[in-house]
Design a protein around this ligand. Sequence first.
Ligand code: UDP
Ligand code: MG
Length: 312
Amino acid sequence: MAVLSVILPSYNEQKNISNTAQVLAELFEREQIDYELIFVSDGSADGTYEAVCEEKKKNSRVKGMEFSRNFGKEASIFAGLSVAVGDACVVMDCDLQHPPETVPEMYRLWEQGYEVVEGIKSRRGKESLFHRSFAGLFYGIMSRLIKMDMKASSDFKLLDRKVVNVLLGLKERNTFFRALTFWAGFRSTTVEYEVQERQYGESKWSYSSLFSYAIQNATSFSTLPLQLVTLMGMVCIGFSLILAVQTLVKYFMGTAVEGFTTVILLILIVGGFIMLSLGIIGHYLARIYEEVKGRPKYIIKQMTDNIRGNME
Ligand code: UDP
Ligand code: MG
């Protein structure tokens, strides 16, 4: 019988673990799906990992691992995938904002032969207007940059073993899970779900972390900003040609003293473009630097003894 691995990135989610584990366990038993639940504690400062261990005593299908510090949700997702034994893997939030009832729906589609089942938000749940417009803008730009429609996408997806192996084989450190499944291809379909209210605790995203997440992901998937630098250069050259002609004409006509306004404007514009371009190049350079160092995506501090490859 096929096994379904559920990967649940958890950062300071002590209060959610027990409830989530029980809700999912009951659901899969009812649906007669063979499963494992992998909670990845992303360097939580509360007792998230202990809560997982407690749950594991009651149900041996609950597995857990803990990072040495906070490495981010992407890292937790990949760590979970790397130890999953399932023939299919589902990634979902452990605060039950991704409705559990959608998982069996995804599983049935997988049984019909789909290799990627994307969870699509039919409603974004409760969010501030600012958050919503920022997300809208970000996904609008992202969709255009990577030429895939990402507007309603999320990290809630089911992946076949084949797809999981492809993702695990990627050498890059800066991953963007949400878009990588589009990139990987395979036979895919979508399932709509409504974002639920968070069970316990608070969202881990601040506006600044969302902003850096947006920049990170946009540049990890596209080199368009780099090409923009070339474009800015061309615009500058175009302007400078026009001004060069004007300046020369004025010089030969003997009226060349005026024109400080032009000089000031030019310095400001060109200076601005140069700084911006250096910034963009610097950003990519930093990313290359990070990748070249080849550090691991995460460091595992401990894991429960029912995880494959546990060295304890
Ligand atoms: N998460 C994580 N590492 C982090 C931040 C978040 O593993 O550094 C997990 C978190 O525990 C949750 C999921 O990612 O299961 C989504 O986070 P959250 O609910 O805070 O985000 P939101 O639902 O508000 O987008
Ligand atoms: Mg959440």
